[in-house]
Design a protein around this ligand. Structure first.
Ligand SMILES: [Fe+2]
Ligand SMILES: [Fe+2]
Length: 311
């Protein structure tokens, strides 16, 4: 499959970007991140004569702490994501307008989650800062993905982030954190819709190449936070807690988009497009089976733990 010229794709998809940018601007509500932070709970840390952080000050459970920290560090890496989308979408026309608008909206996600965690003393601020420095210095690099791959990836990633924020909020059992993360998740949802509509238009325009991009991005999907220190271990804890696991990834992130796009039912694909679709279908079966096995193992482990716990 010869790679499509990205300049051709950018020009052909520009009317879709313009339409969806307008739709997004009409749908997005301005919201004030400071209104979601319980400032009255804040106080000085040690260097200003206050109290240093210690673990008993946090009312969050260890897993809630981990999930919030992973979500925050993921959001912190916005300069890397901005670089990625700007490289693929450019600075001109509605594409460039979207890149800047999207970046501005994403910017407040890290601010308000960090403010919440600092005033509530939810996590170790020194450790958080060291992890932020390390994460941002590592950066996020997709390896110069072609335009259609970027569009497919960000569709899945925005939806994954939406689910992850929403479920983390619920898991904290703090109504303030839940409200804050639900608000952030609403932004991610609108971002997902923008990219999802772009991929739909790309499927009409270049069905074979877009099917290939979707297949590659589903098969190779990695969370943007995968470069966070200790991510693999933290992701396991987050999965065991049911905040974000393979079952959720399959049922609530991958399949809704695959269905919405109608990828598995597309007609008129050429041999290359068919090959991509069959790779995708095979992978979805594997993912579903892995998700079932993961949930079974989690339930078995929970049953064993319950049996060991004296009543
Ligand atoms: Fe975000
Ligand atoms: Fe987003």
């Amino acid at each position: 499959m010869p790679e499509l010229q990205s300049s051709w794709l950018l020009a052909e998809l520009e009317p879709t970007v313009t339409r969806n940018l307008d739709r997004h601007l009409a749908a997005a509500k301005d919201w004030m991140p400071h209104e979601y932070v319980p400032w009255s709970r804040g106080r000085d840390f040690a260097d200003l004569g206050g109290q240093a952080w210690s673990i008993e000050q946090s009312t969050l459970s260890p897993i809630a702490r981990t999930a919030l920290e992973v979500n925050l560090l993921t959001e912190d890496n916005l300069p890397s994501y901005h670089r990625e989308v700007e490289r693929a979408f450019g600075r001109d026309t509605a594409w460039g307008t979207w890149v800047n608008r999207w970046t501005a909206e994403e910017g407040r996600h890290a601010f308000c989650i960090r403010d919440y965690l600092l005033v509530t003393r939810g996590v170790d601020p020194d450790e958080l800062e060291r992890a932020r420095m390390q994460t941002m210095q590592t950066g996020f690099d997709s390896g110069d993905k072609p335009l259609l791959h970027v569009c497919a990836y960000v569709s899945f990633q925005e939806l994954a982030t939406r689910i992850s924020h929403r479920n983390t909020g619920r898991y904290t059992e703090d109504p303030i954190a839940e409200q804050l993360l639900a608000r952030v998740a609403m932004d991610e949802n609108l971002h997902m819709i923008f990219y999802r509509n772009l991929v739909s238009a790309a499927l009409d325009l270049a069905p074979n190449e877009t099917t290939r991009a979707i297949a590659d991005e589903v098969v190779g999907f990695e969370m943007p936070g995968s470069i966070i220190p200790g991510f693999a271990r933290k992701a396991v804890q987050i999965a065991k807690a049911g905040i974000y696991d393979l079952r959720i990834h399959h049922d609530e992130v991958v399949m809704p988009l695959i269905r919405q796009w109608g990828v598995l039912e597309l007609e008129g694909l050429d041999a290359e497009g068919e090959r991509a679709r069959s790779e995708l279908a095979d992978f979805l079966d594997t993912l579903d089976a892995q998700a079932t096995r993961f949930v079974e193992q989690r339930e078995e482990a929970a049953a064993k733990k319950a049996a060991r716990t004296p009543t």
